[in-house]
Design a protein around this ligand. Sequence first.
Ligand code: PDD
Length: 310
Amino acid sequence: MIYSNYDYIMKLGKGDEGMTLKPYVLTEKSFFLYQEVAYPLEERGLQFGDGVYEVVRIYHGKYFLLQEHIDRLYRSAEAIRLAVPFEKEDLIEKLEQLRKMNDVKEDAIVYLQVTRGSFPRAHAFPAENRPNLFAYIREMPRKLQEAENGVRAILTRDVRWEYCYIKSLNLLANVLAKQEAAERGAFEAIFYRDGKITEGSSSNIFLVQGGKVYTHPATERILNGITRMKVKQFCDLLHIPFIEEAFSTEDIAKADEMFLTSTTASIIPIIQVEEQLIAGGKPGEVTRKLQAAYEEAAGLAMKNKNASCK
Ligand code: PDD
């Protein structure tokens, strides 16, 4: 029998309302049941974080911005000199197949990871090119309450490496930052470096001042979020100036509005940073416009009218 902690993770999923794990997964070889997939302990993603990943949103059983996420996956892989084991079009087709096999109809995410494979542990690249890939789907409801009421954030020093534009598996600094936020009752930890806000532990961060949207430029210091790219497009359409200029921790006190974006969170107002209330603790008008544009683009506008906020 193959040992794995499959039973344990399934039990966790069950207790967690609306977080059901779907049975079929895609790997570099083929489709399998989740519990059939086991990698050796000497796996470079496990041992070195030597790999890249994507999280793609599924709304009402359909992928949202799949092409954009796959394009970024290949960019991340190229940056670490890793060959994704499928051609782009083939991978997209396989992900569509995965969705169908799992009969996904609800809001969910697909998690997709590619690593440099399973080899005896040695830091340098293995001689052979045999990457591992897996993708699974987990139900994930929208964060409607947070989107409506806004969330609190804390500030924490950005101690990450210089290649944050790569969506790599090296997330230890992000994990520690998010844990600090959780322990302090906040939704997100906002990173600052040299007094400037870079991004969140798992989101991009925006400040609105005088009707203009400010955010850190898409340099190597941040992950250029797919949701961030959409917000840029929405701003262009809505004639809202989108200024890619880092703002400082002091600017927060003068902010008219703040918000964060990510695939899992979409667009969520930030109403407090540390002790500082943003605009008296109420989500702002620009944030609301961008949320409406997002809902329209994601085909959620009509359905949302009937959705209840828990
Ligand atoms: N995180 N910055 C960081 C460090 C992130 O981890 C993420 C997303 C983002 C937003 O990117 P996007 O809009 O493409 O999701 C920015 C994903 C959701 C995660 O790791 O779960």
